[in-house]
Design a protein around this ligand. Structure first.
Ligand SMILES: NC(=O)c1ccc[n+]([C@@H]2O[C@H](COP(=O)([O-])OP(=O)(O)OC[C@H]3O[C@@H](n4cnc5c(N)ncnc54)[C@H](OP(=O)(O)O)[C@@H]3O)[C@@H](O)[C@H]2O)c1
Length: 383
């Protein structure tokens, strides 16, 4: 039986759902899912579960009772099968050896050692290859991976909580808590899957945060954090106090200080001795500091970084007329409170835009309700 395009979309959509199961555990690898079908029925499936583990195609092939069943099957894969020896052998070889007749790929893998090579290898082996089924969905799923591979810089997720009237603190500077318990659990889940949590010194001084993932039931296997994020502080003039929570726990939880040349060098060394990891930036220009910091995080193979800063650092990331917005995704929590007050701050400072047409355009990605809070996830619309 020949699959129609609708069937292709159906099976690819299943493969994409499976792929998402690897979120937080596979990075810096991409999330990949695979479904094998024969005569219009699904016969096996798998996904890349964790970094260093088996790839989706191999997971699917190994899940079959008899490997011979793959002969003549169609494989739906959310990303071009790899064709190089990385941590595991090439998936293109595995599919060819298994005798699949057709491979449907959602999108090409721009990773330099693949980049069309996997597709070519399958075609050279006489396999019918279709590329581009649910490509947009596959690109959206792996947007952080695609950004890192093409730019060397991680995907930046800014998160803030604000009142229904758009304030992040009262006129007296109080900000805890604007969102409720259920929203805050969502934030902890995000912290548990990103590579870094970034703040500025304003937040360290005001809130003395721990910046770790505290999941509701962290004893249970299902909710164990997928990874431990580095806690990253941008320090332009001030440094965290020696008795701040971040420094007191620096030998247990990674704490990275991105320091401009303006900070006290002797104090910086003392914090390093207490376990902080120091990155010396070559500039005190706010925008350039942000750029250099993100570059450094990318050099450490980070895919997703979360910014939980106050308005000053978010303003530097937002950019201005000359500089593009450096935030890719926005997690905006609106709590059921009104703060009012002319001087109560909003979430983003910086120079702002004077004309509406200069405002960065955002695309609504999803909306969720948690009790009386709403979370809106936007992505920067670069088109
Ligand atoms: N509602 C929320 O979601 C939320 C989240 C976080 C914070 N907050 C609130 O925000 C307030 C703090 O605001 P904030 O704006 O001062 O916090 P921030 O953005 O976290 O920190 C700003 C400070 O970081 C340092 N910094 C280093 N590099 C920077 C750069 N490239 N660009 C900008 N700043 C840089 C500067 O201090 P130095 O020059 O001294 O190094 C600057 O004053 C607190 O009331 C906190 O509770 C609210």
């Amino acid at each position: 039986m020949v699959e129609t395009y609708d069937q292709d979309e159906h099976w690819m959509s299943l493969a994409l759902q499976l792929a998402a199961g690897g979120r937080g555990r596979v990075e810096p690898n991409p999330m990949v899912g695979c479904v094998l079908t024969k005569n219009g029925s699904g016969i096996a499936s798998g996904y890349h579960r964790e970094f260093g583990g088996r790839h989706a195609e191999v997971e699917a092939l190994l899940s079959m009772v008899s490997p011979l069943d793959a002969k003549g099957a169609t494989a739906y894969v959310t990303l071009e099968p790899c064709c190089h020896h990385g941590k595991t052998p090439p998936c293109s070889d595995a599919l060819i050896r298994a005798g699949v007749a057709r491979v449907v790929v959602a999108m090409r893998d721009p990773y330099p050692q693949v980049d069309g090579g996997g597709i070519r290898q399958l075609q050279d082996a006489g396999i019918d290859v279709t590329v581009g089924v649910l490509q947009h969905d596959a690109q959206a799923l792996n947007a952080p991976y695609l950004k890192r591979v093409s730019t060397g810089v991680p995907w930046v997720i800014a998160k803030w909580a604000m009142t229904a009237d758009g304030r992040i603190a009262t006129v007296a500077g109080q900000s805890q808590w604007i969102s409720g318990t259920a929203s805050r659990q969502q934030v902890h889940q995000l912290r548990a899957r990103v590579d870094a949590i970034v703040v500025g010194m304003g937040t360290v001084v005001a809130d003395d945060p721990m910046l770790n993932a505290r999941l509701a039931d962290s004893e249970s296997e299902e909710v164990r954090p997928a990874r431990v994020a580095k806690r990253v502080v941008l320090c332009r003039q001030r440094l965290p106090a020696a008795d701040s929570k971040l420094i007191l726990t620096a030998s247990d939880l990674p704490t990275w200080l991105m320091a401009s040349p303006l900070v006290d060098a002797a104090e910086l060394r003392r914090l390093e001795e207490r376990g902080a990891v120091v990155f010396e930036l070559t500039t005190d220009d706010r925008r350039e500091m942000v750029r250099q910091s993100l570059q450094r995080l990318g050099e450490h193979s980070m895919t997703n970084v979360m910014v939980e800063a106050g308005p000053e650092l978010l303003g530097s990331l937002m950019g201005d007329q000359q500089h593009p917005c450096l935030i890719d995704e926005f997690h905006v929590y609106v709590g059921g409170l009104l703060f009012g007050g002319k001087s109560a701050p909003g979430p983003v400072a910086g120079s702002g835009v004077g004309a509406i047409e200069l405002a960065p355009k955002l695309k609504l990605h999803r909306v969720d309700q948690f009790d009386d809070d709403v979370r809106m996830i936007y992505r920067l619309n670069r088109s």
